[in-house]
Design a protein around this ligand. Sequence first.
Ligand SMILES: CC(C)(COP(=O)(O)OP(=O)(O)OC[C@H]1O[C@@H](n2cnc3c(N)ncnc32)[C@H](O)[C@@H]1OP(=O)(O)O)[C@@H](O)C(=O)NCCC(=O)NCCS
Length: 188
Amino acid sequence: MRIRSPEWLWSASRSLHSRGFVRIAWLVKVFNFLCHRTLLPAEAIVGARVLLEHYAFGIVMHPNVTIGDDCQIYHHVTIAGSMNINSAERVCIGNRVSIGTHTVIIAPPHLGLSIGDDVVIGAGAVVTGDVPDRAVVVGVPAKIIRFRSDEEIQDPYGWSLTHTRRRTVKDDSSKAIHDPLISKNSPE
Ligand SMILES: CC(C)(COP(=O)(O)OP(=O)(O)OC[C@H]1O[C@@H](n2cnc3c(N)ncnc32)[C@H](O)[C@@H]1OP(=O)(O)O)[C@@H](O)C(=O)NCCC(=O)NCCS
C-alpha cells in the first residue's frame, strides 16, 4: 500500500489555512514541495479521495482551484489561470475526473474554467476551455474525441486506467509459447 504523503500534507495545509493559520499552512506547503517537488495551494477546495499519482511529482496549481471527489491527477500536471487569488473566478474540476500526465489546464485571461464530471483528459493535453461531462479530450488545444458510456462510468476501475476502453489484443505470440498443443506439434 502506498503512503499518500503529498495528499496528506496538502490536506493538512488546506485545513490549517481554512482555520486561519496561514503561515503554518504555507510552511506545510513548502515542506510538501521539498519532499515531493509539487506546489499544491492551501487555498484550493478539494473533495474526498483525490489521488495524486507518482507522489504528485511536478504538479503545480493556482490557488483558485476547486476539485471534486474521486479525481486522479498524474504527475507534471499544471492547473493555471490569471485570475486574482480569492476572486470569484475559479478553475472547477468535477467528480471522478482523470487528468493525464503533462496536462496543462489554463483558464482564459481573468476568467474561470469548468471541467465536468467523469471527464478523462489525455496525457499531454492543453485544455483552454470548458469540458462537458463524460468527455474524453486529447491534444493541443484539447478536443473531444468521444463521450464515455454508462458502462464505462459504472466500471469502478475504468476511469483510472491508462486507456479508458478495453482493447482486444490480437497478438498471438504469447499463446504460441504457452499453448500445449502448439508445443506438442512443434519440431524437437
Ligand atoms: C486519452 C486516453 C485516456 C485514451 O482514451 P481512449 O478513449 O481509450 O482513446 P484511444 O486510445 O482509443 O485513442 C483514440 C485516438 O486518440 C489518440 N490519442 C489517445 N491518447 C492521446 C493523447 N494523450 N494525446 C493525443 N492523442 C491521443 C489516439 O492516437 C487515437 O487516435 P486515432 O483515432 O487517430 O488513432 C489515453 O491515451 C491517455 O492519454 N491516458 C492518460 C493516462 C496517463 O497519463 N497515464 C500516465 C501513466 S504514468
